[in-house]
Design a protein around this ligand. Sequence first.
Ligand SMILES: Cc1ncc(COP(=O)(O)O)c(C=O)c1O
Length: 341
Amino acid sequence: MNSMMDLRSDTFTFPTTGMLEFMFKAPVGDDVFGEDPSVNQLEQKMAQLFQKEAALFCPSGTMTNQIAIKVNTQPQDQVICDQRSHVYNYEGGGMAFNSGVSAKLVDGDRGRLTKEDVLACLNPDDPHFPVSRLVVIENTVNKGGGSYYRLNDVQGIRQIALQHGLRMHLDGARLFNALAETGESPEAWGQQFDTISICLSKGLGAPVGSVLLGTAEDIKKARRVRKVLGGGMRQAGYLAAAGLYAIDHHRELLAEDNRRARHLGGLVSDLPYVSKLHPVDTNIVILELEGVNPEDFLKKLDEKKIRALPFGGQQVRMVTHLGITDDMVDYFVDTVRHLTL
Ligand SMILES: Cc1ncc(COP(=O)(O)O)c(C=O)c1O
């Protein structure tokens, strides 16, 4: 293998030639003045796809999630989310720092909440308790090994949320990987949430960017929060163009990523040093190792030009993406079968 096979995350993609050419030709302007045609086009396209009123292009998924929490809550409120969720674990404590809110954690099935979980999390209307205000759902669930929801499950949660005055945010960093499995439409998902974050720089393969979706009123507020976080970018159209290209050309490839992940998982589950293969639902494969230290395993892989990620304890994570071909998966399987550990 000449180049590195990087399975650490689907964030390790590089823009394709077609994407770079499209970016190069993008018409741009100053987006802080609302004058970047490519950013405007991306925002309109995404809003239309999910049938939301408006959209906001941001530098990262962390920023779109954090802005969403700010827009959907007031200080002292409480956010209901799974204990594995990105907003809780991997955003630097941002919900407390940026929004002054606390989290009520659920231990869902591979990171997925149910309507019963949400009901059980509701606080009484009593000044001792934070106000239950927002439900955050992650789809697919990163730390759940790429598990995904069915629309039906989310519709049940939405009903509870509406009955109890809760808002709902979707961390859809990898939503399109889930939709590639279920065949459900972005539009149907758009109707279940107040705000939605979609990452362009995961499986979709853009170098930078996430989009926040919501009502015109919420996105107007979000634009203010983006500014205060320093996320107002000027000629951002070059980056937005990558997102436009990704939605048009890479979205349909996500089913292939999911297939490759299943294939890879299936072929390594019987290795003597693999005690467990977590279910492979989308593009994330988690292996539990036994009798071998994950660091040693990863070092040996690195020597063979393969990178994977330590994922806590005995777990190792591998993620398929735009840069991983069928030949690479074969090379990976052949390599791990012949590793001397
Ligand atoms: C589920 C989920 N949400 C949000 C993010 C944040 O995205 P970013 O790295 O663009 O801040 C990630 C990043 O890996 C993620 O996996």
